[in-house]
Design a protein around this ligand. Sequence first.
Ligand SMILES: C[S@@+](CC[C@H](N)C(=O)[O-])C[C@H]1O[C@@H](n2cnc3c(N)ncnc32)[C@H](O)[C@@H]1O
Length: 301
Amino acid sequence: MATVPPIKSQGIKTKLSAWIKVHAESRSYTRWIEPFMGTGSVVFNVQPEKAILCDTNPHLINFYNAVKSGSITSAKAREHLSHEGSELLRSNGEHYYIVRNRFNATGDPLDFLFLSRSCFNGMMRFSKRGNFNVPFCKKPNRFAPALVTKICNQIENVSKIIHRNDYQFLCQDFQDTIDSADSQDMIYCDPPYIGRHVDYFDSWDVSLELRLRNSLVGSDANFMISTWLENKYRKNSYIGEIWGGCYISTIEHFYHVGAKESNRNKITEALLTNYSTKMSIDVLRPESNVQVMHHMAGTLL
Ligand SMILES: C[S@@+](CC[C@H](N)C(=O)[O-])C[C@H]1O[C@@H](n2cnc3c(N)ncnc32)[C@H](O)[C@@H]1O
């Protein structure tokens, strides 16, 4: 069973983490470096002993540093979500906006958790000023005891992983993270997808994709990058243009935005590596149940 992080986002990689892990395991490394950690879904499933986990979104880093220091525990989260959840129900949902305003003024990590689990479709989106701006999911009884328990178990699970291992959480740009890597490290990058969603902490363009490529190519470490190859409408032409010379594996994936079937967006995910991998189809098939291909990026496109 995959470890599911307590924080949600539209780009979460939980369901792809087993596939990513197989690619990582084809090389030995002493430290896992993740310049775009997001919700942490990949590191919590790979579970390396030592990791540097970074993001420019300070709320993600604050949240996991609070779990690491013990200022957020499953018991504290239960107390917070139960209390705020009962206010949410009593106010018929209005309380969501009180918590959102409070979070945008103070950045409280427990409020961040509350918003992540009660906002519309579990989205993470910030305005130009860096304010969380996702509306309420419109379910005043959102924090029923079963959901609170589920979230607390998720906190308990990631907390055990963080405390069992040597993890550092840093709020910094990917360039600083990659520059700190050495030849013994494995770098896994999951940048915002070029040509796709964009917000205050998630803006991305060709110049950043090129800067990422140059930092990775300049590093001595093995690296992996998640990106997208194609969807129903388009192909990602940047793969051939920017990442030629890397190896590529692809897998079909559905990003879920909310629970509705109609909100399942099919995409062909790609994993680029600077080393060739010998993938075991037996390990991948039960997880993904989809066609798996393995090609050189340069020859594929
Ligand atoms: C696609 S998400 C990562 C998702 C993650 N793998 C997960 O499963 O949750 C990309 C992340 O990159 C972060 N980010 C955007 N620009 C960045 C930059 N210049 N340096 C570091 N992180 C950045 C965003 O805040 C976001 O959390």
